[in-house]
Ligand binder design. Structure first.
Ligand code: AKG
Ligand code: FE2
Length: 328
């Protein structure tokens, strides 16, 4: 009798164990555990004959992601393009794919910016009015040759000058945060670049870098050596952010498009730089595919870097130093 009892107890234990295993297996397989039915052969099926996978969590994640995307796209569409680009890229954005996405939202391009542009015109003595009418906001690139004549920057700016200025500035820590383009070099930031003692120009390591000055002390000092170019409209403001590019012959910036909202000017303080400009692809049938021009010392190039693909290469023997800014 006792033997029989223990046999029943064992069967009961085995049964419970099997039940626990089946529950676990059912839940792993996506059944709603309270709905499944055991089969005589030890397997199980759903009470309504269909597998009811537990999709709820996955669905919730996908749905949330979808809603976030829709809200973001609606926000982009409703917002001012300039405001969005300021929020996303509050600086010159060189190597980023996101502008490609936002450019899909831009209005169609007016190809008058490149029609009949076979070369970049060089001119001097242009009045503010004429400049505004023909170039300031039309997207047509131009070079003005006589706008730096009384600037002391051409005699002052050098690697050593920038080095002294930034490294002794009370806000050097601030400068570390300035937007810095190392291009192909391995400099970590502006302070790192300016600490390397590259001023004597006989070092073997090639370099080309650019940075947006975000240090107001330095900005005040730099602006003693240059001023807003005389041809820009009276009411137009140059951005508080100066952009400096400096490097050795043979190097430059790769082809790219910026997303900064405004056109800009860049003064060639020292050395010469070859610019390659390509119009927006929508205008390839109407315009030349590529235009090249060399900007020489003292000249200022005016370009809408948001519509013209552009790249640079230093030519000649001297290092190149430029300073520039956006204008509105
Ligand atoms: O001066 C350069 O090498 C590049 C400048 C540039 O990309 C810009 O001003 O947008
Ligand atoms: Fe650029």
């Amino acid at each position: 009798m006792a033997k029989e009892k223990s046999k029943v107890k064992n069967i009961e234990l085995d049964f419970k164990k099997r039940c626990i295993e089946l529950y676990a297996e059912a839940e792993r397989s996506g059944f709603d555990a309270k709905d499944f039915i055991f089969q005589k052969n030890g397997t199980f099926s759903s009470s309504n004959g269909t597998i009811r996978k537990n999709y709820s969590k996955k669905c919730l994640v996908i749905l949330s992601f979808f809603i976030i995307c829709v809200v973001f796209i609606v926000y982009l569409l409703l917002s001012e393009e300039e405001l969005v680009s300021d929020l996303l890229f509050g600086y010159k954005n060189d190597q980023c794919l996101i502008p490609v996405f936002t450019s899909l939202l831009l209005p169609p391009v007016d190809c008058s910016l490149c029609r009949n542009v076979k070369s970049v015109q060089k001119l001097s003595g242009i009045s503010r009015e004429d400049f505004e009418k023909v170039y300031a906001y039309t997207g047509r690139p131009v070079i003005v040759t006589d706008a730096t004549l009384n600037w002391t920057a051409t005699k002052t700016f050098s690697y050593d000058y920038f080095s002294d200025l930034y490294l002794k500035s009370t806000s050097t820590n601030q400068s570390i945060k300035c937007q810095f383009f190392p291009y192909g070099t391995n400099f970590d930031n502006l302070t790192d670049f300016l600490s390397r003692g590259l001023g004597n120009n006989d070092n073997k390591v090639p370099w080309y870098v650019g940075w947006g000055n975000c240090d107001s002390d330095v900005s005040d000092e730099l602006r003693q050596h240059y001023s807003k170019p005389y041809f820009l409209p009276e009411y137009s403001e140059s951005s508080r952010l100066d952009w400096i590019f400096i490097g050795q012959p043979g190097f430059g910036a790769p082809m790219h498009l910026d997303n900064v909202g405004n056109p800009s000017w860049q003064a060639q303080i020292r050395g010469s730089k070859l610019w390659t400009l390509e119009p927006p692809y929508e205008c390839y049938l109407e315009c030349d595919w590529s235009v090249q021009v060399v900007v020489n010392p003292g000249e200022i190039i005016v370009l809408d870097t948001n519509v013209w693909y552009h790249g640079t290469k230093i030519v000649g023997d001297d290092i190149s130093i430029t300073i520039g800014s956006e204008y509105d």
